[in-house]
Design a protein around this ligand. Structure first.
Ligand code: ATP
Length: 255
């Protein structure tokens, strides 16, 4: 018996003459970590943008926990338990690491709101809860030592972990990670993978991860979907996809 969390069917997105996604379909079961791979421009980020309602799909469906995801208002995505990170880090450089994570814990909050909220007596209880949640995450992501430092100037690998903590702060059930290993050293990739696996196992989290780092994808994901020119060209276990002739030609360049 599978517990299906996401079912994407025939998803198509066009930008003028470009078809960024062309009838893409795949499923994700609860608790899985699914890798989304493909060459530059394959449509991976567009897929995330569709699922989080930043982009409008031209055709197709996405059912999330049995609900029509594509009719949900963009601002309501976080309330459904979906969080994402971005290729370009979107941290607030002058805020401390803890405050950056607290912004995520607040869901819809904006930096200014949280900064103001931290000074208002009427929201002190909420602040305590946000801080407690942030502290838990900082600990599990090995960030406690930098919690009170401004994000600006911290090493890139640390910033990536802060971004992950911020996404997790909203207590998502489905986490969309966009190139979390980009710019990390081999050692940092291994550490990130170990942390992510640990969190996934503890928090009953389902993850879709866009990533070019094949070692990370092959070692961390349960299943892999490969896109090329907006189309799904392969899907299966990491070993199956790695061995797939079309994938090797399109992406790995080792056919
Ligand atoms: P990368 O690995 O380089 O991040 P990707 O697989 O994430 O690539 P997308 O960013 O989804 O690919 O882009 C897919 C295609 O859609 C590309 O041709 C891109 O130029 C186009 N595209 C994406 N967003 C837009 C947009 N807002 N307007 C016009 N074209 C877009």
């Amino acid at each position: 018996m599978t517990d299906r969390m996401l079912e994407v069917t025939g998803l198509t997105v066009r930008f003028g003459g470009i078809t960024a996604l062309d009838g893409v379909g795949f499923t994700v079961d609860r608790g899985q970590m699914v890798g989304l791979i493909g060459p530059n421009g394959a449509g991976k980020t567009t897929l995330f943008n569709c699922l989080t309602r930043r982009y409008q799909a031209d055709e197709g469906q996405a059912r999330y926990e049995g609900r029509d995801l594509l009719s949900v208002a963009p601002h309501a995505i976080v309330d459904l338990g979906i969080a994402r990170t971005f290729q370009n880090l979107g941290l607030f450089p002058r805020m401390t690491v803890r405050e950056n994570v607290m912004v995520g814990a607040h869901g819809h909050a904006r930096a200014g709101f949280v900064s103001a909220a931290l000074r208002l007596p009427s929201v002190r209880r909420e602040e305590r809860e946000l801080r407690f949640r942030a502290n838990e995450l900082l600990e599990s992501l090995e960030l406690t030592g930098v919690a009170d430092r401004p994000a600006a100037g911290l090493p890139f690998g640390t910033l990536k972990r802060i971004e992950l903590a911020r996404a997790l702060a909203a207590r998502p059930r489905l986490l969309l990670l966009d190139e979390p290993c980009n710019g990390l050293s081999h050692g940092e990739v291994d550490a990130f993978a170990a942390i992510l696996r640990g969190i996934r196992d503890r928090a009953d989290l389902t993850v879709i991860v866009v990533e070019h780092h094949m070692g990370f994808v092959m070692g961390t994901c349960d299943r892999v979907v490969c896109l090329e020119f907006g189309r799904k060209i392969a899907e299966g276990t990491p070993a199956e996809v790695q061995a797939d002739e079309a994938v090797r030609t399109a992406y790995l360049g080792t056919a």
